[in-house]
Structure formats: structure tokens, C-alpha cells
Ligand binder design. Structure first.
Ligand code: 5AD
Ligand code: SF4
Length: 459
């Protein structure tokens, strides 16, 4: 079968990156293979994100570009299908076809396992296909195996959210919380390990709320991590993203128990002010977050934190914003994603009084980012002269260079022979910048003899 080009454009979070990979997997049996450019592709797939800022506008401007490609190919007697997937598809539905009638497929995040049927139907029936059901169980049951594609992999264990933070669209686009059965997750992790994956990132909108079926009883997230850590070959485990109220003592204990669980945790706080957290409906106060971090550090003293912040939430006062700035300094987050509040239609916060101007949001964002960049640089500089285990998973820009990840997700550039791709090597850090580190192999690798590769030392 001759290969058909699949061009995928992904917006948004790691869940979307995972979903895009899985959509590629379900389309493979139909002869589709990834291509780097939309020109000449048989299928252009846009996986959208609705969490922030002008998601629909971004989509329609992107679609304008693809329409031209589609029309040019049609003039040459070739066909290009355009599919819109993800949370904007779920939220906008048929509206997408009204504004962009040249779109062939609109598919939500819970139904993309049906893409092959939709594409096949388009072979005979040219009417656009729309599928926006909510059926996460069916999706996971019908997806093909998640194949290893390099030394690191995402593994989706949970989807949806029941927390209803007042700013967030996820509970409406991704639906209610759903956890995959424990045995399914373990089978997928084993398959990945057999395919050479050494680092697995457990994914979900609320991974730490995981409560998957385990032969009729409910397994919690701590149990799932322990089971994944038992799998031969899995040397590193990460998870994202979490909610503070689900950070229970069992999960905190796992951070102290398992060397494979990396000492780096993304734990969104959103704001440093209790009054703001209440208006955001976050179900926790700042002291609860502090208490969790204290316990985590007692269990795993080398743990570092990353977080999410929103600035310019409706009615945010100067004092509330100052509380966020001082909390960012106090916690010393070594990484953070900071967002300007963006009103999402249909969410409670979108109609709150006190919507702030872009100018205030931008000013606050810049001030917060400055604090966080300072934290990040201070931490990165503290890593110089340390030896860290680095998992090399990407070629660098210079010949002979590779890029790997430290336990703290810092990108580390070093001169490493090609055959060490996928290895975890001890690297002495020699230079630090805000977003990356430079290093040298602590134990030089001679020629192409992999037997001298030094693996998995502790930080
Ligand atoms: N505006 C700005 N940021 C948002 N996030 C979610 N919804 C919004 C919104 N309406 C951010 C939160 C969340 C991250 C994934 O996106 O910080 O943790
Ligand atoms: Fe959105 Fe809040 Fe759920 Fe996170 S916990 S997905 S921010 S509603």
C-alpha cells in the first residue's frame, strides 16, 4: 500500500501531544504516515486546545491556510481531507462546519478512535463527518497498542475533571473524571518498556485523582505508580498534572520510596492568595499547599517544584497579586507556566464582575515571570559542578551534540556519541542558563563500545 501523508498540527498541552500520537496510530492501518509539511498531505489534522486565548480564532486562521492547500490539490485532481480534533472541536461542534464548510471531519477528544471509519466513509460519501460523543472507556478499549517511539513516552491513565475551577473549560470539553483500569495501564506500560521506553510520564487532567478499577476494587494513584515502578526497564516515572487536594499521604510516601519517581513535581497552585483561590473554586488554601510541600520535602528532600499561575483573574486586587509574587518567591518554584486570565465562554468566571484590562494582565505577567526566571536561573546555577543522570533523547544542533533531560526536566546539552541515544549517562554540569544546562560526560565513552556506558547514578 502506498503511504498517504498525514500532517498533524497540535496545540496545547501534553494530553494533546499524546492524543495526536494516538490519532496517528489509529490511522496507520489505513496507510497514513506522518509528514513534516501540509503541502501534499492527504490528511491534515488539527488537534486543538480550548484552555486559553482565542482558541477558535487561531483555528480558523490555521484553517484558512489549509483551505488553500486543499483547493490547490483539488485543481490537480488530488484530495486532501481536513480534520479538526480536540477541545475546540468539542466546544464549537457544527459551528466549525458552518464557518469552514471545507472541513471534512470534526472529532472530539473522546471519539478519535473512530477516525478510520470517518475517513473511510468520506471515500464514498462526501458529507462531513462529525463525532462528539463522550465515551472514554470505549476509546481506550479500541485504541491500538501505544507503541514505543524512543526512550520516553506518555501514557494516559485518566481523563476529564470534576473540579470545576471557575476559569476552566476542561470539565465541559473533556467531560467527567474517568480512570482507566489498573491492568490496562500496566499492560500498556509493559509494552512500552519492551519497546525500549525507559521514562514514562503518566498523564491526565487530574492524574493524582486516579481511582482505576482493579478486579472490582479501586486502586489509587500511589498503587499505580508502585506497580509501574515494578516493571523491568522503567527507570524513570513522572506524572502530570495534579491537583493539591488529591496529594494524599500515600502518594507523598511514594515520593520517598521510589528512586524511579523523579524528584520533580508539577503541582499547579494558580494563585498565592486565599481569597483568589476561593473565587477560583480551587478547594484549597495556601496553607494546605505549604503543608503538602513540607511533607513532600520530608519524604524526598531533593524534590523541586513546578507550577501554574494565572494572573489577572476577575477582581484580582493589587494585594492579591502581591501575595502571588511573594508565594512564588517563598516556594522557589524552579519552573512555572504563567498565564494571563482568558475568559472562556460558558465558565462561571467569564461573567464575574471586575474583568481586568490587557494592560494590567500583561504588567502582572511580566512581574511574575521575572520572579520565576530568577528562581529558575538560581536553581540552574546551583547545578553547576554537580553530576546528574541525563537521559539523552534528542540530537543537538551541533554535530556530535545530544540533548537530554535531567531528573528536573532541564534540557542538558553535551557531546555524546550517537550510539548512546536513549542511554542515561552521568553528566557533570559545566554551564547554566535560564532554560538549559551544558554538561560533559562524567565517564567518557570510548569509541563505539557501549559497555563502558555508565547508567543511572543518583543525583
Ligand atoms: N485562562 C488562563 N489560564 C488558564 N488555565 C486554565 N484555564 C485558563 C484560563 N481560562 C491554565 C491553568 C491550568 C493550565 C493548564 O492552564 O493555570 O493549570
Ligand atoms: Fe481545569 Fe481546575 Fe480541572 Fe485543572 S482542576 S482541569 S484547572 S477545572
Amino acid at each position: 500500500m502506498s503511504k498517504k501523508g498525514l500532517y498533524t498540527k497540535t496545540f496545547g498541552c501534553q494530553m494533546n501531544v499524546y492524543d495526536s500520537q494516538r490519532m496517528g496510530d489509529v490511522l496507520k492501518p489505513l496507510g497514513f504516515a506522518d509528514t513534516e509539511s501540509p503541502d501534499g498531505a492527504e490528511l491534515i489534522l488539527i488537534n486543538t486546545c480550548h484552555i486559553r486565548e482565542k482558541a477558535a480564532e487561531k483555528l480558523f486562521s490555521e484553517l484558512g491556510r489549509y483551505r488553500q492547500i486543499k483547493e490547490a490539490r483539488e485543481r490537480d485532481g488530488e484530495r486532501t481531507l481536513i480534520a479538526v480534533a480536540g477541545c475546540v472541536a468539542q466546544a464549537e461542534g457544527e459551528e466549525i462546519l458552518r464557518r469552514a464548510p471545507f472541513v471534512d471531519i470534526v472529532v472530539g477528544p473522546q471519539t478519535y478512535h473512530r477516525l478510520p471509519e470517518m475517513v473511510s466513509r468520506l471515500g464514498t460519501d462526501r458529507a462531513p463527518q462529525v463525532d462528539l460523543d463522550f465515551a472514554p472507556e470505549a476509546k481506550f478499549d479500541q485504541l491500538p497498542a501505544n507503541e514505543a517511539n524512543g526512550p520516553t513516552a506518555f501514557l494516559s491513565i485518566q481523563e476529564g475533571c470534576d473540579k470545576f475551577c471557575t476559569f476552566c473549560v476542561v470539565p465541559y470539553t473533556r467531560g467527567a473524571e474517568y480512570s482507566r483500569p489498573l491492568a490496562d495501564v500496566i499492560a500498556e506500560a509493559r509494552g512500552l518498556a519492551l519497546g525500549g521506553v525507559r521514562e514514562v510520564t503518566l498523564l491526565g487532567q487530574n492524574v493524582n485523582a486516579y481511582h482505576g478499577d482493579a478486579d472490582g476494587r479501586s486502586a489509587n494513584f500511589a498503587e499505580l505508580i508502585r506497580r509501574v515502578a515494578d516493571i523491568d526497564g522503567i527507570e524513570r516515572i513522572r506524572y502530570t498534572t495534579s491537583h493539591p487536594i488529591d496529594m494524599d499521604d500515600d502518594l507523598i510516601a511514594v515520593h520517598g520510596e521510589l528512586a524511579q519517581l523523579m524528584p520533580f513535581l508539577h503541582l499547579p497552585v494558580q494563585s498565592g492568595s486565599d481569597s483568589m483561590l476561593a473565587r477560583m473554586n480551587r478547594h484549597h488554601k495556601i496553607d494546605l499547599y505549604r503543608g503538602i510541600v513540607d511533607k513532600l520535602l520530608r519524604a524526598r528532600p531533593d524534590l523541586k517544584l513546578s507550577t501554574d499561575f494565572i494572573v489577572g483573574f476577575p477582581g484580582e486586587t493589587d494585594a492579591e497579586f502581591q501575595a502571588t509574587l511573594s508565594f512564588a518567591r517563598e516556594m522557589g518554584f524552579v519552573q512555572a507556566y504563567c498565564f494571563k486570565y482568558s475568559a472562556r465562554p460558558g465558565t462561571p468566571a467569564a461573567i464575574l464582575p471586575g474583568q481586568l484590562s490587557e494592560a494590567i494582565k500583561s504588567e502582572r505577567l511580566a512581574a511574575l515571570q521575572q520572579v520565576l526566571e530568577t528562581n529558575q536561573l538560581v536553581f540552574n546555577e546551583s547545578c553547576v559542578d554537580r553530576v546528574m543522570p541525563i537521559l539523552f533523547d534528542r540530537p543537538g544542533r551541533k554535530p556530535g551534540q545530544m540533548i537530554g533531560r535531567s531528573p528536573y526536566m532541564q534540557p542538558v546539552h553535551a557531546m555524546v556519541p550517537d550510539h548512546a541515544f536513549g542511554d542515561i549517562l552521568d553528566v557533570r554540569i559545566v554551564s547554566a542558563r535560564t532554560i538549559s544546562l551544558g554538561g560533559e560526560l562524567a565517564v567518557p565513552i570510548l569509541g563505539s563500545n557501549p559497555s563502558v556506558t555508565h547508567r543511572g547514578a543518583n543525583v
